[in-house]
Design a protein around this ligand. Structure first.
Ligand SMILES: NC(=O)c1ccc[n+]([C@@H]2O[C@H](COP(=O)([O-])OP(=O)(O)OC[C@H]3O[C@@H](n4cnc5c(N)ncnc54)[C@H](OP(=O)(O)O)[C@@H]3O)[C@@H](O)[C@H]2O)c1
Length: 280
């Protein structure tokens, strides 16, 4: 199995990444109860080979980025690609508002740079397309910031094939981040499009927010593979397509180590096909 994904000649990542959304704590609005422990989780992920971290200014908000900044500050030699997002704002634990006005997107890119402590963002994803703002205006401001050297690559999140095609007429797209996991395969067409065009497909909720952990079919296979249900769900994603970059979220270092080891699990074709049947 191909363990890495190449964005460009200088930018190759290990496919099994890490997502920061859980770092402040489940349903927490604000900082983590123990910020040093949150930083340690990121550090553990890097120690175990993660070099692709997905984050967003809306996680915390801002706190997840600050933990990434601190973790990277503590190990300046680590070569980590940080993918962040703009365009989805947050007013409370479960209150999300799409805001795609170009002036605000520009401010959010700057805020991401500052909170992550970076001089440029390797992968900037538009978290959501704002249906109330002209698409070209939303994309052109990111394209401008790419020209200015603040953004290296542009990606999209929660989009249809039609939307990806429309955006690609304006600017190259290197990644798409949509909800996708073993039991939620609504966006299979988007994955197929990504595969065809060598666009990274970054499935969010790769573990269905933990709901996959007691899935009967996965639990049944744990003994055979000496693996946890989480690992099997991630191994299925890695086998499903070489453009898939799973970013499981966790605030628990043991879980992070467990998840990373999923890249060493080789599901048989028979088990892969049998698990396929769980998809809707
Ligand atoms: N683009 C978007 O719109 C969007 C939306 C949502 C999320 N995301 C991104 O996708 C990432 C992943 O999504 P997610 O974190 O919400 O959901 P997820 O990865 O599907 O599941 C995370 C949940 O699973 C638990 N978990 C993780 N590994 C485990 C293990 N080995 N054993 C037992 N439990 C485990 C975590 O709890 P513990 O903390 O206890 O480990 C957490 O409750 C996010 O972190 C974020 O970066 C993007």
């Amino acid at each position: 199995m191909q363990k890495t994904f190449q964005f460009d000649d200088d930018l190759t990542v290990n496919r099994l990444g890490y997502g920061t959304m859980q770092l402040p704590g489940k349903g927490v609005w604000g900082p983590a109860a123990d910020p040093a422990a949150a930083v340690k989780v990121i550090d553990t992920a890097i120690d175990h080979g993660v070099n692709f971290i997905d984050t967003a200014d809306a996680y915390g908000p801002l706190f997840a980025n600050l933990y990434v900044k601190e973790a990277l500050k503590q190990r300046p030699d680590a070569k980590v690609i940080v993918a962040t997002k703009v365009g989805f704002t947050r007013q409370g634990p479960d209150q999300w508002t799409v805001v795609g006005r170009p002036a605000y997107l520009r401010q959010q890119v700057e805020e991401n740079l500052y909170t992550l402590g970076l001089d440029h963002i390797d992968l900037l994803q538009l978290h959501r397309i704002d249906p109330e703002v002209d698409l070209a205006d939303q994309i052109n401001v990111l394209k401008d910031m790419q020209r200015e050297g603040k953004i290296k690559h542009i990606g999209l999140s929660q989009v249809s094939v039609k939307q990806i095609k429309a955006v690609r007429k304006i600017v190259p797209i290197v990644s798409v981040q949509n909800r996708y996991n073993l039991v939620d395969r609504h966006d299979e067409d988007v994955l197929e499009y990504a595969e065809k065009h060598h666009i990274a497909f970054i499935p969010w909720f790769p573990l269905a927010t933990g709901k996959l952990l007691d899935n009967k079919k996965l639990v049944k296979l744990t003994e055979k593979y000496h693996a946890s249900p989480a690992q099997l769900a991630l191994a299925w994603l890695l086998k499903r397509s070489e453009v898939i970059l799973p970013i499981p979220g966790s605030a628990n270092s043991e879980h992070v180590i467990n998840n990373i080891a999923a890249q060493d699990i080789d599901l048989t074709d028979e088990d892969f096909k049998s698990l396929n049947k769980l998809g809707k």
